[in-house]
Write a protein that binds this ligand. Structure first.
Ligand SMILES: Cc1cc2nc3c(=O)[nH]c(=O)nc-3n(C[C@H](O)[C@H](O)[C@H](O)COP(=O)(O)OP(=O)(O)OC[C@H]3O[C@@H](n4cnc5c(N)ncnc54)[C@H](O)[C@@H]3O)c2cc1C
Length: 499
């Protein structure tokens, strides 16, 4: 029986080797996409475990997410990955408790009004909005209704738009806590058209920013894009399932393997690995005796600084300079407190930037049913985050015990309850460099230039949060698309030349 074109393609795929650098979600998704068509895949991850920012830890006997804890349902892309991985039964939604904002005058806290977009209210007179911005703030915000849109014109910056139309109180007390807590970014650096598509156009149509917010929300109770889902057992189950699928298809995942350099060798690549264990191939003199791994294509899925260092020597059009990445520290606490059973601040707290050392808090046992069930009794799980753009985390210089004490004190302040040292059962601190949100002003042009520079080089791909924007709903579809591009080019190049 003669071989068809698809048999030829499959046979060629088996002879191709793709190396994926970085075993975060982007790298694992890209690896799986390549392995699905029969290509031989190796993932090289520098840490002792895969998952990157999606990571878990055991604290007081509970296995908890200490990095990403959910995904946005927007676009349905993460959910379809979850379904494809057979994890649909583990999908869960947060309890509808809502978040609070803390750091209001006099140390007060109040529920974050629900009728907004990125914290911008649709009605400045609503009691829950007035509670936060006061009468003076409400009058100032109301001027937005009286001022024609053309006196301000199209605004690119979220901060400039809100300040000019609704005043500083709406900006500082409602919008900044949201952008700082969600994006680690200041409102002035956020591009309105990317963060809230359609808002500027609705402003022109309706004549006011609050009218535009009301139109955009169209009667929904949750802001567009704010809906999230989680997985019972934690987001690491997604990472475990991905790694398992890659291995099932014959892919190899090596941990403790830091890639130090890439070298083009004609039609192929040499991938240099720090520990020299990555290949059973000939030692490479140029790399001081380390053995490079030979690959037909390389997909780089590491954070921006590392990605630019690896890629710029082989992609001449790529700038080596990386954008500054805000450093965030998350301290996860397990505490005993009957006072927290009533979820005094709903699912968690955002703060007015600059009003305290901590940036935000998630009350995980109030937010997630599965965490509450696992904790049981009066045990509660709290995640306290520190650090924002241009601001070192207040915990940065502290040892783990001091960081846990500060997080406990901040949790008590934000939740409005007493949490003495004796209530602390366990703590875990993690440090992250957060990728810039895709909605940062100027970011789209930077990432388009980087993608162009990578695509100009045959057999090279790049993906990850620095290119797609932070968040799994951005990372997953981008990794799929980039793997698809690289694998098609690889197979097409072969079939075309072999035909
Ligand atoms: C604290 C925090 C909480 C978050 N919460 C959420 C959330 O709830 N929902 C959500 O959707 N998103 C969340 N995000 C964002 C989301 O987690 C990330 O956007 C996403 O996980 C990034 O995946 P990635 O694969 O691009 O990068 P990473 O997860 O950073 O993976 C990159 C991997 O590359 C490895 N690496 C780096 N250099 C090398 C090298 N030279 N050689 C080999 N390996 C290397 C790293 O060790 C790492 O494992 C959160 C982010 C942070 C920081």
């Amino acid at each position: 029986m003669s071989e068809g074109p698809l048999d030829r393609l499959a046979a060629q795929a088996r002879q191709k080797h793709v190396v994926v650098v970085g075993g975060g979600v982007a790298g694992l998704v890209a690896a799986w996409e390549c392995a699905k068509v029969g290509v031989r895949v190796t993932v090289l991850e520098q840490d002792p475990r895969v998952g990157g920012v999606v990571r878990s830890a055991e604290i007081d006997g509970l296995v908890l997410d200490v990095g990403a804890e959910s995904y946005a349902t927007r676009g349905g892309t993460v959910r379809s990955l979850v379904d494809e991985l057979g994890l649909s039964d583990a999908v869960t939604t947060p309890r509808p408790a809502g978040a609070w904002v803390a750091g209001l005058p006099g140390g007060a806290a109040a529920p974050l009004p629900r009728g907004g977009v990125l914290g911008i209210p649709d009605n400045p007179w609503a009691p829950e909005v007035r509670r936060i911005i006061g009468w003076r703030g409400a009058w100032r915000a109301y001027l937005d209704r009286l001022r024609p849109p053309l006196t301000i014109g199209h605004q690119q910056s979220l901060g400039a738009l809100v300040r000019s139309r609704m005043g500083a109180r709406v900006l500082d007390r409602l919008v900044a806590p949201v952008t700082s807590g969600v994006y680690s970014a200041r409102p002035d650096d956020i591009d309105v058209d990317l963060a809230a598509p359609g808002l500027n156009a609705a402003l022109t149509r309706t004549g006011s920013l609050s009218g535009a917010v009301a139109e955009l929300r169209g009667g929904r109770t949750a802001a567009p894009g704010s809906a999230v889902e989680g997985l019972r057992g934690g987001m690491s189950t997604l990472v475990d399932a991905l790694a398992e699928r890659v291995r099932e298809l014959g892919g190899e995942i090596r941990t403790g393997a830091r890639v130090t350099g890439l070298q083009a060798t004609g039609e192929a690549w040499d991938v240099h690995v720090a520990d020299g264990e990555a290949a059973g191939e000939q030692p490479d003199a140029a790399a001081g005796g380390a053995s490079p791994m030979r690959a037909d294509a390389v997909i780089v899925a590491v954070p921006e600084r590392a990605a630019r260092e690896l890629l710029s020597p082989v992609a001449p059009l790529l700038d080596r300079e990386a954008a500054p990445a805000p450093v965030v520290e998350v301290v996860t606490l397990v505490v005993d407190s009957a006072a927290l059973d009533a979820a005094p601040r709903g699912s968690g707290v955002l703060t007015v930037p600059g009003t305290g050392p901590a940036k935000a808090l998630t009350h995980s046992t109030a937010k997630w049913e599965w965490v509450a069930a696992a904790a049981g009794g009066d045990r509660h799980v709290l995640r306290v985050s520190f650090g924002a753009q241009g601001e070192e985390p207040a915990t940065a210089a502290l040892d783990d015990d001091a960081a846990a004490s500060l997080a406990l004190a901040e949790a008590a302040r934000m939740l409005g309850v007493e949490l003495g040292a004796a209530s602390l059962r366990g703590a875990q601190r993690e440090r992250y460099a957060q990728a810039q949100p895709a909605a940062t002003i100027g970011r789209a042009a930077t990432t388009a230039a980087a993608r162009g520079a990578v695509r100009a080089v045959a057999g090279l791909g790049a993906t990850g949060a620095w290119l797609s924007g932070t968040g799994l709903a951005q990372v997953v579809p981008d990794a799929r698309a980039e793997a698809e591009r690289v694998r098609s080019a690889l197979l097409w190049r072969e079939t075309a030349s072999g035909a």
